[in-house]
Design a protein around this ligand. Sequence first.
Ligand code: DHB
Length: 391
Amino acid sequence: MAEERTQVVIVGAGPAGMLLSHLLAADGVDSVVVETRSEEYVAARIRAGILEQSSVDLLTEVGLGDRLARDADKHRGIYLQWPEERHHLDFVDLVGRAVYVYGQTEVQKDLIEARRAAGQVVHYEVSETALHDIESDRPSVTFTDAAGIPQRIRADVIVGCDGSFGPSRVAIPARESWDRTYPYSWFGILADVAPSTDELIYAWHPDGFALHSMRSESVSRFYLQVPNGTDPATWSDDQIWDALAARLGHGQNGWSLQPGRISDRSVLPMRSHVSTPMRHGRLFLAGDAAHIVPPTGAKGLNLAVADVALLAPALAALLKGDPRLADDYSETALRRVWRCTHFSWWMTTMLHTAEDPFDTQLQLSQLRWVTSSEHAAAGLAENYAGLPIGF
Ligand code: DHB
């Protein structure tokens, strides 16, 4: 078996893993990344599109902000609406923080580019990844590389950034986890059409939730609440545009929805999941490997950024002999994880049509409150625009 040695093996080359390798390198720590998918697959998968102020600040501070500064679209807030009513929440006025429209695909491309320029070793298309000796200070990761050759990487630390289905989370022996599944999914489309709005519209509607988001001046992103198990191929383009027009309020107060060519469609299930602890021995978890949030409120990617921002200095100190930050990592990270878990659950349950008429009245009451009380609006804004990284 071929052997390699590094300080940190990172399992998973998504945004959490690649940003961690970047932050570690800035602290003088070497890493090797392993990933089951191909580089092209990882770079192209369509995910979230909103960055919090603190994620943008961090990416900028570590030299990843050039294209972001040029191409990201700064938004002061969002619209919240229900039939006949549309209200703007201005996060900058409310809490002094903004959000940025910049797709995860773009963050991933910036990371791949930066790591390539720095000579980062990333093994793509590996299989049979296994973690070993995580309770010792000489852990290792074995895998079969893209050419079919068995490999072992010995390290001081392993970090699992491999999502909820990867081998890292289940390598933690005494785990406790919390789950919530939701009785609906999101049907997401990308369309080659200029957005019909300047900022995102989150719409409560008796037919189901709809969201008007965007990726650029010429690409719009939309989501519709659909029953679990919906096959996206069974909806015609006209059905999709009709549902979006009805739920987003086409024709109300002079607003109209401009349809366009649909270039991508997919259905995403929604769930909340937290797995603790986020560290066992020399294995640490970051991002989706430890927690999943439903997409409403766009917290998933931002939470992954916050995890690795905390973890990189903790590992750098650990490798220099100071374990204090690493010992606190799980507890510190989980404070933010639970805050975002609550916020995502709250946004989800406030906006998705419920079966129960009592729940419907509570949702409408909640929507009226967050759009009419400055204090309630500020709470939403603080969570949406993102708490400071150290929260
Ligand atoms: C997007 C996704 C979200 O979950 C959200 O709350 C806002 C925007 C998006 O993909 O654009």
